[in-house]
Design a protein around this ligand. Sequence first.
Ligand SMILES: Nc1nc2c(c(=O)[nH]1)N[C@@H](CN(C=O)c1ccc(C(=O)N[C@@H](CCC(=O)O)C(=O)O)cc1)CN2
Length: 286
Amino acid sequence: MEILNGKAVAKNLNERTAKRVATLKERGITPGIAVIYVGDDPASAIYTRNKDKMALRLGMNSQLMHLPATATQEEVMAVLQEYNQDPMIHGILIQSPLPKHLDEHALVQAIRPDKDVDGFHSMNVGRLYNNEPGNYPVSCTPRGIMTMLDHYGIELAGKRVVIMGRSILVGRPLQALLINRDATVTMVHRHTKDPEAFTRQADILIVGIGQPQAVTSELVKPGAIVIDVGIHRTEKGKLIGDVDYDSVKEVAGMLTPVPGGVGPMTIASLMAQTVDLAEWSIRDDQ
Ligand SMILES: Nc1nc2c(c(=O)[nH]1)N[C@@H](CN(C=O)c1ccc(C(=O)N[C@@H](CCC(=O)O)C(=O)O)cc1)CN2
């Protein structure tokens, strides 16, 4: 069984991103990202801090805006509109999850599509689903998974891929990215009857269901490539995924660990996509 080392692939991607940042700076442009974090979700506190630190480490501008859990829709919208107008900011994201009283969809749709570094705006989602040519951002976790599969030279055309979980963040955009690369994609979710009948057929099984260690070896075809998108912190503070690593490693051909798999690829892809947006903004100006 080969471990798909997301940490190493992310390091490699971050090094390339730092060089692209330096090149842009020579032309007088510093890529800038703004992260809006509302409330006190402890995991979001870690992820947003890591995004801010990584952006600064790669030489970018970074704005981390932390608003209280009591912030109103209008207050969050006002912050977002400022970043929409700010020429120093090329990418804006609203950290998910948001406090329940906020309308996340309305906020995401208010981000300028050309600054939508998460790729969640309906205009960018539509472009992806239509497989439109040209430049547009896509959700960073799926983008990171595609980069990792490419890094390991994993062929996608004609492969049977099963995605467990149909989230807007991961499952749906990943489905589009894989179809656009000629894979045969099946979505399995909580209403799917007999999910094993599908997962056991998968050459590539991608799991993002938000259930700790739910996928065991019985669900996996021998030799399959298994990508674990889940991340959970146990009471003892250990990080685990949606895949039962010890069980699945006995049958899988390749497997991502948690931590050190998909997670670091998400942040590295976010950084690369911020630089993409900065590059596209100057091309569009010419
Ligand atoms: N607006 C968004 N919100 C959320 C996204 C997103 O892409 N955009 N994704 C997730 C969380 N996420 C990024 O925000 C994220 C999750 C995990 C990691 C990561 O590096 N994980 C490490 C472990 C880190 C730790 O110590 O906890 C790993 O797996 O090795 C990065 C980003 C939800 N919200």
